[in-house]
Ligand binder design. Structure first.
Ligand code: NAP
Length: 372
C-alpha cells in the first residue's frame, strides 16, 4: 500500500490534489482537458504548456477557445509556458500534436513525470499501456517494464474511433469471440484539431480519407483486447478492415460496424451481451467513470451525434441499429464523443485509474518510491 492509498477516501485522495500539467493546452484536446479538469476533485491544473507561438501569453490570449462555455476562471490568466521538463506539476496530460509528442513525451518521462498521452507516437510500443479503464485496466502493469531512471512513465489512450469500436467489441469478444470486423467511420471535424479541415473542404461535403486513421483502427484493438501474460500483451487476433470519412459534424464519431463471430449466435444473445457488459472498475469510484459504459438504442434513428454525443457527459458509448448482416454475422452503429471519451475525458479516467492503483503519486512520494 502506498502513502497515497492510505489517504484515499471513497471519493478519492484527501487534499491536497495532485498537480496536473497540460502539454498542448491550447489545442482542441488541450481545451477539453482544461474544461474537464476545472472542477476535478482529485486533480488541479498547475501548468499549461504549448508551442513557442503561445508561450509567454496568458491562456485566454493564446488559446483560440472553441468551447461553448467560457474559459474556466482559474486558468484564463495563467501564463502558457514552453515545453520544458521542469514544469510545476506531479504529472502531465499530453494533447500534443504527433509531430512533437514523440520527443516531448520522452523528455518528460525521462525527467520523472508520468505522461498520460493522447498522441499516437507510443501507443503500439510493447511496454506502453494502450488503456481503456473499463476494458483492460490490468494493462497498466506494463509501466513496470519501462526503463526511465526517475520513476516517469508513459500511458496512452487509443485513437478516438478505436475507443468506441473496442468498447462495443469487448462484450462480443468475451462471449463469442470475434473473427473479423468491417468498419466504416463518419468522423467529426473536431477530430482534426483546430483549425483543422478548411471550411471549403468540410461544408456540404464528405472527405473519404483521414491520414493514418484506418491503420490505427485496424491495429490498436488487437493490443487493447489482448491478454496480459508474463508481463507482455498477447494481441487478440481478429481481421479488421476500416474505411474512414470526415463529415461536417462538430462532435462525435459514428462507426458502422459488421462483425463475424467465432461461434454461431442468435441476435438476442448479441443484444444481451451488450446489455450485460459490466465494467471491471465499477467499484473503484472514479470521478469520470460513466455509470454505464454502453447505452443500447432500440429505436431506428439512434444514436445520432447531435442528439446523443453527451451520453454520460460524453463518457458513454452509444450502440444502435443492431441487426443481422447479410455478409458477416451482425451489424450495428457505434457513437463516441471524440474529444471527451476519445481523448481528454479518456485520459483523465486513465489518470484516475492510475491513482487508484497506486501508480500516480505526488512528485515527492514518487521520488521516494523511485529511489527505494
Ligand atoms: P491541435 O488542436 O492541433 O493542438 C495541438 C497542440 O499541440 C496545440 O496546443 C499546439 O500548441 C501544440 N503544439 C504544436 N506544435 C508544437 C510545438 N512545436 N511545441 C509545443 N507544442 C506544440 O490538435 P488536437 O486535435 O488537440 O490533437 C492533439 C493530439 O491528440 C494529437 O496527437 C491528436 O492526434 C490526438 N487526438 C485528438 C483527438 C481529437 O478528437 N481531436 C482525439 C484523440 C487523439 P500551439 O497552439 O501553441 O501551436
Amino acid at each position: 500500500m502506498t502513502l497515497l492509498d492510505e489517504r484515499l477516501t471513497p471519493q478519492g485522495p484527501a487534499r491536497p490534489q495532485l498537480r496536473a500539467g497540460i502539454l498542448g493546452a491550447t489545442g482542441a484536446v488541450g481545451q477539453k482537458f482544461v474544461e474537464i479538469l476545472a472542477d476535478h476533485p482529485w486533480f488541479k491544473i498547475t501548468a499549461l504548456a504549448a508551442s513557442e507561438r503561445s508561450a509567454g501569453q496568458r491562456y485566454r490570449e493564446a488559446a483560440r477557445w472553441i468551447g461553448s462555455a467560457p474559459i474556466p476562471r482559474a486558468v484564463a490568466d495563467m501564463k502558457v509556458v514552453p515545453l520544458r521538463d521542469n514544469l510545476d506539476c506531479d504529472f502531465v496530460f499530453s494533447g500534443l500534436s504527433a509531430r512533437v509528442a514523440g520527443e516531448a513525451e520522452r523528455m518528460f518521462a525521462a525527467a520523472g513525470y508520468p505522461v498520460i498521452s493522447n498522441a499516437r507516437n507510443y501507443r503500439m510500443k510493447e511496454d506502453v499501456p494502450l488503456l481503456i479503464p473499463e476494458i483492460n485496466p490490468d494493462h497498466t502493469a506494463l509501466v513496470h517494464n519501462q526503463c526511465w531512471d526517475r520513476g516517469g512513465y508513459i500511458v496512452t489512450n487509443p485513437n478516438c474511433s478505436t475507443v468506441g469500436l473496442v468498447c462495443a467489441l469487448k462484450p462480443l469478444q468475451d462471449a463469442f469471440g470475434v473473427d473479423a470486423v468491417q468498419v466504416t467511420t463518419l468522423q467529426a471535424l473536431s477530430g482534426a484539431g483546430h483549425p483543422g479541415v478548411s471550411s471549403l473542404d468540410a461544408l456540404g461535403n464528405v472527405v473519404p480519407f483521414i491520414g493514418g486513421e484506418e491503420d490505427k483502427i485496424a491495429t490498436e484493438p488487437g493490443k487493447i483486447l489482448g491478454m496480459l501474460a508474463g508481463g507482455r500483451i498477447e494481441h487478440a487476433t481478429m481481421a479488421i478492415s476500416a474505411q474512414c470519412n470526415r463529415v461536417p459534424v462538430l462532435e462525435g464519431h459514428l462507426a458502422c460496424v459488421s462483425v463475424k463471430l467465432r461461434r454461431r449466435t442468435r441476435l438476442g444473445e448479441v443484444r444481451s451481451a451488450f446489455a450485460a457488459f459490466a465494467s471491471p472498475i465499477s467499484d473503484y469510484n472514479l470521478p469520470s467513470a460513466p455509470r454505464s459504459l454502453l447505452h443500447i438504442f432500440d429505436e431506428a434513428h439512434a444514436p445520432q451525434p447531435r442528439r446523443h454525443v453527451y451520453l454520460e457527459g460524453g463518457m458513454g458509448v452509444g450502440i444502435g441499429r443492431l441487426r443481422a448482416c447479410e455478409v458477416l454475422d451482425y451489424k450495428f452503429v457505434v457513437l463516441v464523443h471524440n474529444t471527451v471519451r476519445g481523448a481528454a475525458g479518456g485520459a483523465v479516467l486513465n489518470a484516475e485509474l492510475l491513482v487508484r492503483q497506486g501508480l500516480l503519486l505526488p512528485q515527492r512520494e514518487a521520488a521516494l518510491v523511485a529511489a527505494s
